[in-house]
Design a protein around this ligand. Sequence first.
Ligand code: NAI
Length: 378
Amino acid sequence: MRKTVYWIEGDGVGPEIWRAARPVIDAALSGESDIKLEWLELLAGEKAQAATGSPLPEETLRTLAQAGTAMKGPLGTPVGGGIRSLNVTLRQTLDLYACIRPIRYFQGIESPVKHPECVNMVIFRENTEDVYAGIEYAAATPECRKLIAFLREEMGVAISDEAAIGLKPMTESASKRLVRRALRYAVDNELPSLTLVHKGNIMKFTEGAFRQWGYDVAAREFADAACTEKAPVPGRVIVKDRIADAMFQEVLLRPEQYHVIASPNLNGDYLSDALAAQVGGLGLAPGVNMSDSLAFFEATHGTAPSIAGQDKANPGSVILCGALMLEHLGVPKAAERIRAAVAKAISAKTVTEDLAAQIPGAKTVGCAAFGEIVGANL
Ligand code: NAI
């Protein structure tokens, strides 16, 4: 069976990490299933700019809007006033509302904590709302003054003339679809718990509402599969909630008690990077942004311009994106083979220079050689 995967090479280290990663993803499938990947390239970034005069051609957006599975390397944000980040444009145009990051530890990597192996979580971060909506007014501008006057006069709010203002819109529908997807994942993968992470003690009607909407989804839509912490039922996913600041302590002190996290945009952003650091850095982290129709896998690092074209980049994030994608396509055994092959390369201490810097006694190899080693470990 053929599965079409649209791919975007990306800028900077994009071409070299793809060259190293794609053969690993294809090889993981052979012997494991009758699925064959059909890779179709779409243009974006510098390559698209050179070929079409636009960094994000209409054709690419049109194809992605109809696609089921896609994967991308890093895209640089073009330098110059008024140009939006291509990543943000892709997320908003395609309504990629759930940013999903699995975080796990690979044995051998130096970590700042004593037991990084206790971290094994999947973060579902809402991707479209919250303070990321981009509704902001600079201090002392006519727009800001107008808003301050309205808030004072019409709403009776005490607010300084000096204030800059940003808005934090959060809706029931966007919060619920995020929690629904996270809970479906926890149930399908038979994971013990889902934690709603919010700052509802302070922001009652946005973050507090997120918490309540999350519990509503669990009670109304997963009545047979979920339960609460107060009334646990064996075999069901426990839905609990934690206030964001306490959660940062929890993931350091008791990470084994957390499995799936569902969070509004800003908390999820902070927590994803903090957890990645806890297990030894961002370099290996895969991610996926999802709409209801498209799963768009992406290397979570940027274009790493200072090492681009030097065969130094770590292709691990794209390789592990491949594992996530194969899981999504229904071939979990092939995904597990990839993860085991990466783990073996790391424990053999033959790694790219970014990882070598975190593994005492490691030998440094280039991007292409690391891909070959992982491929041979499959
Ligand atoms: P970056 O992730 O490119 O680099 C941060 C540090 O990590 C650098 O020291 C870099 O050399 C290293 N690094 C990153 N990827 C690596 C890899 N695969 N192997 C080894 N080392 C690696 O972040 P930075 O410098 O802030 O951004 C550079 C460009 O990338 C910008 O134009 C930014 O907009 C874009 N970017 C794109 C992202 C995406 O497409 N998802 C995400 C983050 C940044």
